[in-house]
Design a protein around this ligand. Structure first.
Ligand code: CS2
Length: 497
């Protein structure tokens, strides 16, 4: 089979079953610089911008991607070969798929090799927005007290060598300094990570960092840079090799890193930009005054719901989220968690029918063609759960609400971190920056059943709460003894009726 390499030159020869950009990419300016180009950015923001660029409209709003981590070398290589083009494969529940080559990313800089180029790009007059998907852990703060972590060795290094940045904070600071010196307007910093008040968090962290470095710049950034909060949503699994093969077999297209996603897409952004914004409202993006209710709803239901399926699902021995949804007991447990623990905390959200929202989450999670791995959902749980799940538990403890479901998820997470094996005696692939630390804490279980909860920046003061400890003790003992997720979940479901 002869294959066509995905790149600019070959765009006009691509199989007609794949939609290609109908705009001239060489004319596009990069009004947006995006740090952290993973699957999610490519299925979400870059897709919105791709639609905005259609028919050579809005040419000032193209994207330049930046990678700051060693791991970004892979995408840098692929993009070099493919002129930053990639195929987005949208998988519908009925088995249909749409394939579209996305052209909105017109440049990519691997900042470890080209630090100055990355800074210059952000400092360029045409750059109006610097957007971020640097993951929940990337904001460098202690979830327990919200403080910036100055002990991070990379931050320590930057404080000694401010012109040799390593972190997102160092790069952005250098770029803002250049803009200030050149008399250019500041850019907007737009966080697109799953953190409540993601813009406020980005602002607080960056300002704390700059204050240590440069007082003049601090005052300027404080006044000029806006950080809209935003809520982003589109389920985007890790690209399976089968999708690369699918493009080869069906369309004779060689794309080393396509992106797979669900049809659903949502973006809600606070309308507080420093230096102009793309007309995304034309595409259904909601610009609002206050994003709080949307982001809280999404994080406490969708993201926490994912963890409620993923962690027990991994311990039970399921591989994907749709398999978890096919398992009636797990699916009911997830819905129980949403109804009994997350919803009472959310209260009434004006203009939103929460029951409908939860029903639609169930449908999305059940999409059999997404095959979102539980390993992705469980990855970096140490950064996710303090934002997705543990606040709900704290709030229910404060109000006397139900805590059973959330406690069970934490207890299964302890078992998962200790054993690294599921109940079918198969190894679990654990991806977590703090994997070792979690394992060390969890494995003390035989001496101290609460050992796992002793990591304060993850669990806060949960360990001091007697009601929580009683529930946790019963559950963790039962998990180790019974080794049966279904039985334990059935008991929780029965008790909750
Ligand atoms: C997931 C999210 O990482 C996770 O645990 O819950 O990546 C989720 O798929 C996205 O936020 C959906 O918008």
């Amino acid at each position: 089979m002869s294959l066509l390499q995905l790149n600019n030159q070959n765009l006009s020869s691509i199989h007609r079953g794949i939609t290609c950009p109908n705009y001239n990419r060489s004319k596009i300016k990069t009004g947006i610089v995006h740090i952290g180009v993973g699957g999610f950015h490519r299925s979400h923001q870059a897709y919105y911008i791709h639609q905005l660029l259609a028919d050579n409209q809005n040419t000032e709003w193209g994207i330049c991607g930046i990678g700051l981590r060693e791991a970004d070398k892979n995408i840098a290589h692929v993009f070099e070969k493919q002129n930053c083009l990639y195929t987005l494969i949208t998988q519908h529940p009925d088995g249909k798929e749409n394939c579209e080559v996305i052209g909105s990313m017109v440049d990519y800089i691997f900042a470890i090799d080209e630090p100055n180029m990355a800074i210059e790009k952000m400092a360029a007059p045409e750059t109006k927005i610097v957007s971020l998907t640097i993951t929940e852990g990337g904001y460098n703060f202690n979830p327990n007290n919200g403080a910036f972590n100055f002990d991070n060795p990379d931050i320590q290094y930057e404080l000694q060598h401010p012109d040799k940045p390593k972190t997102v904070f160092g790069f952005i600071t250098n770029a803002l300094k250049k803009r200030k010196e050149a008399g250019l307007p500041a850019f907007t910093i737009l966080s697109c990570d799953n953190i409540q008040h993601n813009g406020d968090v980005a602002r607080k962290m960056l300002l704390t960092y700059i204050e240590r470095l440069d007082h003049n710049l601090y005052a300027w950034v404080k006044e000029k840079v806006n950080f809209p909060n935003s809520m982003v949503d589109r389920i985007t699994p890790v690209t399976p090799k089968s999708s690369i093969d699918f493009l080869k077999e069906n369309y004779q297209l060689n794309d080393a890193w396509p992106v797979v996603c669900e049809p659903y897409i949502q973006w809600v952004i606070e309308d507080t930009f420093s230096n102009g914004k793309p007309p995304l409202e034309e595409l259904g993006v909601q610009f609002v005054k206050d994003v709080t209710p949307y982001e809280k709803m999404k994080i406490r239901l969708l993201n926490a719901g994912h963890s409620a399926l993923g962690i027990p699902g991994a311990v039970h021995g399921h591989a994907t989220i749709n398999q978890c949804m096919e398992d009636q007991i797990l699916a009911s447990f997830m819905r129980g968690f949403m109804d009994k623990e997350a919803t009472p905390i959310l209260g009434v959200i004006e203009g939103i029918d929460l029951t409908e929202y939860k029903n639609s989450l169930e449908e999305r999670f059940a999409n059999p063609n997404i095959k979102d791995g539980v390993s992705r959902i469980c990855s970096e749980s140490s950064a996710k759960l303090p934002k997705f799940l543990i606040p709900t538990l704290h709030e229910n403890l404060a109000t006397g609400g139900s805590i059973r479901y959330a406690t069970f998820i934490l207890a299964t997470w302890a078992y998962y971190s200790h054993k690294g094996m599921n109940f079918k005696n198969q190894e679990i692939e654990i991806i977590d920056e703090r994997k070792e630390e979690l394992h060390e804490a969890a494995k003390q279980f035989n001496q101290d059943e609460f050992s796992f909860l002793g990591i304060p920046d993850i669990f806060g003061k949960l360990i001091e709460n007697q009601r929580f400890k009683n529930e946790y003790s019963q559950m963790i003992q039962a998990i180790y003894e019974k080794q049966n997720i279904h039985d334990l979940m059935s008991q929780i479901l029965k008790a909750a009726d």
